[in-house]
Design a protein around this ligand. Sequence first.
Ligand code: URA
Length: 237
Amino acid sequence: MRIDKLLSVCGVATRSESAKAAKAGRITVNGVAERSPARQIDETKDVVCFDGVRVMYSKHIYIMLNKPEGYVSATEDGRDPTVLELIPEEARRAGMFPCGRLDKNTLGLMLLTDDGELAHRLLAPKRHVEKKYRFGCRDEVSEDDRQALENGLRLADGYVTKPATVELFDDRKSGIITLHEGKYHQIKRMFGAVNDNRIIFLERITFGPLTLDDKLARGEWRYLDDAEVDALTEAGK
Ligand code: URA
């Protein structure tokens, strides 16, 4: 792997910062200053330091993205841009994918990772982690409808949803819904099943132990910090 790629995937420096730092002699490989950020190193063996601090290559990458509208949760799509296209090339890793799906017009917290095992554990039906969404809908939700959404209801395809939690704001047309499963278009179909209501705004605000970072504007991303990775790992146990 190139040095600048290592520094980028470890969240230490962007490619242009690496170029400047290398020129300034701030990067060493096995104790020797390396002026070329393009130098290939073996990230599992070589000791790379930035300003004297060792840069540890992690086996997997975990990114929090604030998904904007118009992007699909896939690694490739013939028609629409994918969420992966919001991550600069130097921060991407082979095998990186969105962990779970959000519709093209759904916003908010998306986890991107190359850790297939953890993703599988987090999304497995028996342990499917809790997810909270802020929603807006066209019609007011009556107390009966709120309870039907919470207790579980039969969708048009016959599937009966698992218990959920629905908190309504004062206008009764917006609130927070908490799910422990993730069927295709689930929230939209749940609201469609109560008096033909319609979701007009949907934003995921939590995914298991992760909360959408309010410092991230739509389309922005950051690496998860160590505490967040530990919490995710714990949630997948
Ligand atoms: N439910 C939906 O209907 N859409 C999403 O994107 C997520 C949950």
